[in-house]
Design a protein around this ligand. Structure first.
Ligand code: FE
Length: 233
């Protein structure tokens, strides 16, 4: 654990610019999520093969039902997509009391909407404003709010994104086509197995009369990770 972790834990502004890293206190090195002190050479050379072997053994022992596994994968891959998150964002844009409750304590609000489940047990919603742009990464693996956004995109899991989102977030944002005003600071949130984040993007201009359903169409998956903006109508 190098100096960057010290800065993350302090949540302090670093010498690299106007961005800060916020790492939830729950993500402690003692937590099971943090397993990266294991030498990488001990990882299986082919993780997919290893997973298949484990699945086969568990199935043979009657501990898992392959149909149930398929159901879980299909649910998160095809039936739960970013539209759940978009629904939350559109409602937050439309209803000030809902927005306030969501930002104050997201879990009960999301549970009431039915957007609760594995890989989304503890959610924090962070709001983009003119002053601050929030962006989410999991530096250790690929923690992501499945009940709201579905399965993470490939780039979210890539080594490059996980390292560069921390080191040079503005450059990463520019590669996603996002250029922020110089006086907007960038805050990078490090997702963990315990706490996952949803970005509440800024509501685009020119959307005053739009209802929730129409607003949902403006909310992209990337805007809820903080690597994009909501689209203008
Ligand atoms: Fe992770």
């Amino acid at each position: 654990m190098g100096g960057i972790y010290a800065r993350m834990r302090a949540g302090a502004s670093g010498p690299l610019g106007d961005w800060t890293i916020v790492r939830h206190a729950a993500h402690d090195p003692a937590m099971p999520h943090d397993h990266h002190d294991h030498p990488h050479s001990l990882l299986p050379s082919d993780p997919a093969l290893r997973v298949k072997a484990l699945e086969t053994i568990l199935t043979q022992k009657g501990l898992v039902d392959p149909a149930a596994l398929d159901e879980i994968i299909d649910t998160y891959e095809n039936r739960i997509g970013p539209k759940n998150g978009a629904h939350v964002v559109a409602r937050a844009w439309s209803d000030a009391a809902f927005r306030a409750a969501l930002l104050a304590d997201a879990d009960p609000v999301l549970a009431e909407m039915g957007y609760y489940g594995r890989q989304g047990e503890h959610m924090v919603v962070v709001e983009n404003t003119g002053d601050v742009h929030n962006m989410v990464v999991c530096t250790l693996c690929s923690c992501y709010p499945w009940p709201l956004l579905g399965i993470p995109p490939g780039w979210y899991k890539s080594d490059a994104y996980r390292a560069r989102a921390v080191r040079e977030p503005r450059k990463v944002l520019s590669e996603f086509g996002v250029t922020l005003p110089q006086d907007t600071s960038v805050r990078v949130w490090d997702s963990t197995a315990e706490v996952r984040y949803l970005v509440l993007p800024q509501r685009p201009a020119g959307t005053d009369g739009m209802d929730e359903a129409a607003l949902m169409d403006l909310v992209t998956r990337d805007s809820m990770i903080g690597c994009g903006l909501a689209v203008a109508p």
